[in-house]
Design a protein. Structure first.
Length: 130
């Protein structure tokens, strides 16, 4: 077994101040682009005040990771339905329809990490909305 260090060129660290990124639309609401991060991902900071609020059923051609900062969210990812709470982490695999809603009580705050340099989203018909 080889334990050689990778020969990846060193990169500079990135610091994005709260005033310049995540807080520009209120407490932990906004986004940070892949260009700002110098990485192949971008980060969203959604905040859903109302119970039942959340994104519509949609799909991305890349994985998406969700970190629940505050509250409870009911996720639908493919055929799976589950509730994630403060501190939990969930993932929607690439090309898998998904959505989540504020389960309440109270506000839902998440960090959504899109593993892509650009946001590519296709909204889908949601049979639950009929």
């Amino acid at each position: 077994m080889t334990t050689k260090a990778s020969r990846v060129p060193p990169r500079k660290p990135v610091l994005i101040r709260a005033a310049d990124g995540a807080h520009r639309e209120g407490p932990w609401k906004g986004s940070i682009s892949s260009d700002a991060l110098g990485s192949e991902m971008f980060v969203l900071f959604p905040r859903f005040e109302d119970v039942g609020a959340g994104p519509v059923l949609h799909v991305h051609p890349y994985d998406e990771v969700f970190i629940i900062q505050e509250g409870r969210a009911r996720f639908t990812v493919g055929e799976e339905v589950f509730v994630a709470e403060t501190g939990d982490v969930a993932m929607a695999p690439a090309n898998t329809p998904h959505k989540f809603k504020n389960e309440g009580p109270g506000v839902l705050r998440t960090i959504d990490i899109h593993l892509s340099t650009e946001w590519i989203q296709t909204d889908l018909h949601d049979p639950d909305a009929d």
